[in-house]
Design a protein around this ligand. Structure first.
Ligand code: BG6
Length: 545
């Protein structure tokens, strides 16, 4: 028996192995250059993710990181800052001095203006030094952790200074570019940015990151759909009543008021994360799990989304903004009182939206999407609600509640999948009650899944772009939201803001959006399984029988 077969057998026997047991570090080493290295993302996500990879021995020999930003720092200060960031990070389970010391030796910093040539000249020099001193190939991964307005400039400068090789493929000397969201501000700016970046980088070299696509459960959604034969036949308009996608946060805008005033919830969460999840739920089976196959099928879904009709907006979209309230038991201010926010701001911190995907599989099945800041519970989940049985022949009492089947795919926290179905209550009479069958990632595999950034950074180092967005996906997502963006920026909200209290489940309009269709949101954990919504003519809401 080979090593890998015996490992798989052990897993099959229920002896959990860390996922790293099946992973190898990237075959080729590279230098990782972060533009915007003094910012929040580098502290909170990028360096902790790289450190975690170092702990798991997933970084190749000779891997170096170069921070590039305007904030003045030398290598030693940068290393010290990053050490503190890693020690503080919730995503790092254990700080190991020896791993850190090795990792920190490969950290460098360039204080530079994005505009001036000096920074790029120093970068050329430093990359050449790393190459010669450590005998590593000329592979570079540039990470743009900077606002979209700077992305054009930095890519242009990289081109001008001959810092970009013509290939993104493994082999001698590749260059890849990872671009953070938001990718543009609207369809026109996204197209413009794509056109500009394409002057310097080929599409195969560009990795547009959406960290939701690196989440274990989002990837598992594909495994669940396409590696299990019982799922495919029921995954369509024949059996599915509707789909809910919720990304609720208890946090407010924190110190990101300035950014959020420009973005709002539609740009911050819908244009990327929620629409991407919708695409994975809706996609047809790809030919293989690889670069263009998966991305082609996702793009098909985005192309099939029924355009938002501006005249029909109140029927399908609700916006909200939080006022003061309590988040996880603590009194918190309203959005308009947050730092960096206009006290009269009409920026939305909550959106609920009903979309349709007009194709053979999904015609007339509503997809309800919602996301908001300062909501009751931190939860990201997908609910696939199935149609009710055509005829209920059990003689049930008035007290019995039969809820339709629901498949709940929990992306965070407590990653897992649950199926709700009706079961007989033990006893002499025929009584039914909804029960739940659960699969929990952490219980089954006995490990915490890798963070999204770890997964995605490794993929980019390997040259696997499957979980990154192609230019068409980004532009199509903007296209879907464009009518809403235009109208909301030009009009005042129908119900004056703030229209929901921090710590609630959002504005009542969001509940109405579903109630008028005879449906209701699943709001965990308060009403997770047995929401006793009694709707006379409901399609899918709980019904007393
Ligand atoms: C980011 C948004 O993309 O996703 C943030 O900019 C949001 O506003 C975050 O808080 C949510 O991510 P997660 O992984 O915590 O659900």
């Amino acid at each position: 028996m080979t090593d890998s077969t015996s490992e798989l057998n052990r897993l099959a026997e229920g002896l959990a192995l860390a996922p790293q047991a099946f992973m190898q570090p990237p075959k080729e080493t590279s230098t990782f250059v972060i533009f915007g290295a003094s910012g929040d993302l580098t502290h909170r996500k990028l360096i902790p993710a790289l450190y975690n990879l170092a702990c798991a021995k997933m970084l190749p020999e000779g891997f170096h990181v170069v921070g590039f930003a305007v904030t003045p720092m030398d290598d030693a200060t940068f290393r010290e800052e990053m050490r503190k960031a890693v020690q503080k990070s919730k995503e790092v389970t254990e700080f190991r001095e020896s791993v850190w010391n090795d990792f920190a030796q490969g950290l460098h910093y360039i204080t530079a203006d994005f505009e001036a040539p000096e920074g790029y000249e120093r970068l050329q020099k430093l990359l050449a030094e790393i190459k010669t001193e450590h005998q590593v190939p000329d592979n570079r991964l540039y990470y743009l952790a900077i606002p979209p307005s700077f992305c054009r400039l930095v890519t242009e400068k990289l081109g001008e200074h001959n810092l970009v090789s013509p290939t993104g493929k493994q082999g001698e000397g590749w260059t890849r570019l990872i671009v953070e969201k938001p990718f543009g501000h609207d369809i026109a700016s996204a197209q413009d940015l794509n056109a500009h970046i394409h002057k310097v980088f080929k599409e195969e070299q560009i990795y547009r990151i959406d960290h939701y696509l690196g989440k274990e459960t989002v990837q598992n959604l594909m495994a669940f759909r396409f590696a299990n034969s019982i799922i495919e036949p029921i995954w369509s308009r024949r059996y599915v009543d509707h789909v809910q996608i919720t990304a609720a946060e208890t946090l407010g805008v924190e110190h990101r008021g300035l950014y959020y005033e420009e973005a709002g919830c539609l740009r911050d969460m819908f244009q990327n994360h929620l629409i991407q999840i919708l695409a994975i739920i809706g996609m047809e089976p790809p030919v293989r799990y690889g670069g263009s196959s998966v991305r082609d099928r996702k793009a098909d879904v985005l192309r099939s989304i029924v355009p938002i009709n501006p005249e029909n907006l109140v029927e399908i979209a609700v916006r909200g903004q939080y006022g003061a309230g309590k988040a996880e038991g603590v009194v918190v201010p309203g959005y308009r009182e947050e730092q960096g926010v206009n006290p009269k701001s009409n920026i939305e911190t909550f959106v609920a939206l009903k979309l349709f995907v007009d194709n053979w599989r999904w015609s007339e099945v509503p997809f309800y999407l919602r996301s908001g800041k300062r909501m009751n519970t931190k939860v990201t989940e997908i609910v696939i609600q199935f149609k009710r049985v055509p005829h209920m022949f059990f003689q049930l009492s008035q007290d019995d509640v039969m809820e339709p089947n629901q498949l709940i795919i929990r992306i965070a926290p407590d990653e897992g999948i649950s199926l709700r179905f009706g079961a007989k209550v033990p006893g002499p009479s025929m009584r039914l009650r909804p029960v739940q069958m659960n699969f929990s990632y952490s219980e089954t595999f006995n490990v915490q899944p890798a963070t999204a950034y770890e997964t995605l950074l490794l993929d980019a180092m390997e040259g696997d772009a499957t979980l990154f967005n192609r230019n068409d996906a980004v532009e199509l997502a903007w296209d879907v939201l464009e009518p809403l963006l235009e109208i909301w920026s030009a009009t005042r909200p129908f119900h004056p803001f703030p229209n929901y209290a921090a710590g609630s489940w959002g504005p009542t309009g969001a509940d109405q959006l579903m109630l008028k269709d005879g449906r209701s949101w699943r709001n965990p954990p308060d009403a997770p399984l047995l929401s006793r919504v009694n709707l006379e003519n409901g399609h899918g809401g709980g019904t007393h029988v």
